[in-house]
Design a protein around this ligand. Sequence first.
Ligand SMILES: *[C@@H]1O[C@H](CO)[C@@H](O)[C@H](O)[C@H]1NC(C)=O
Ligand SMILES: *[C@@H]1O[C@H](CO)[C@@H](O)[C@H](O)[C@H]1NC(C)=O
Length: 363
Amino acid sequence: MFSSTLSRGLLAAALAATSTVACTLQQVTGFGSNPTNVGMYICVPAKLAANPAVIVAMHYCSGTAQAYYSGTQYSNLAEQYGFIVIYPNAPTSGGCWDVHSTETLTHNAGGDSLGVANMVRYTISKYNVDTKKVFMTGTSSGAMMTNVLAGAYPDLFVAGAAFSGVPYGCFAGASEWNSQCANGQLIKTAQAWGDQVRAGYPGYTGTRPRLQLWHGTTDTTLYYQNFVEANKQWSNVFGISLTKNNTNTPLPNYTQMIYGDGKQYVAYSAVGVGHTVPVRESDVLDWFGITGNQFPSDGSGSTPTTTLQTVTTTSTPSTPTVPSPGGSIAKYGQCGGTGWQGSGTCEAGSTCKYSNDWYSQCL
Ligand SMILES: *[C@@H]1O[C@H](CO)[C@@H](O)[C@H](O)[C@H]1NC(C)=O
Ligand SMILES: *[C@@H]1O[C@H](CO)[C@@H](O)[C@H](O)[C@H]1NC(C)=O
């Protein structure tokens, strides 16, 4: 036990020491419906895992895809572990994500969230991504967007990690900035916050993305109360409550708050830390299950192994599938594309439009 933990530690240290190569950031266009014109930048490592994971990494206000690519370690880690990173770029001049419109907060209804969702769908098809390994993370506005996507696209994302955000729907109804929410003055019951999430994708009964939240107690941009409110929200959605605090974890003055059995929701409260909670990529990758051994969380399991293979960049897509007659597909739903397994026809008022070889959509 001790020696296996030790050897994993040594392995991690050895890998970290050699992680000098980063995947290259490239812009992608024509990935599907993108009503607000979110920019798509992708980083595909030279050696990609078979059925790779994908991480959507979202920047803060005034940030860019390039800035988050340069400012975090995911591009190096992608080369080490063979996963893909998507860096969306917010379309507004202020560089904040739309986390307020009804469209963005609602499944397949439009807004920035639909653009991001379609980047993910495109990437899943094009690179044969394992749909059990679709992840998201972000800082500040990108953390808010992580909460938004968790509510509006629970079918697409498997896990998320948010550094200094606000609850899903906290900015609802505002134009771009919601001071009441940001200042920690929007207080709701756990039930009301949970109902808001459930309204993001009405009728959805499937698994919801596992979430890891981080927040500093002295944050004066998005006040700490937002962390308290988010904990109410997601514990209601998951139907679990706080079971254990691990103090000074993973750093002095950080408290790891375990909800339920710790497999669906974990929150990190950082005493004396402001709005900039340093991104902890290693804890994020552990949470996603790309590295380490999250389950069981006592470290007694085995380290996942990944086989890397050289990427063939000149893939020839086969003919997009044509939907067979069947049920009705909601507007903005997928209705064709390489690898698409569904069937049905677009609901009244929408028709199946070709976006790219990997994605056709009811528009
Ligand atoms: C757990 O830690 C959080 C954050 O410091 C704190 O608000 C909460 O009261 C603690 N709960 C228990 C039961 O210790
Ligand atoms: C932890 O918090 C205490 C009290 O706020 C502070 O004095 C100390 O410097 C902090 N320690 C670290 C390692 O940040």
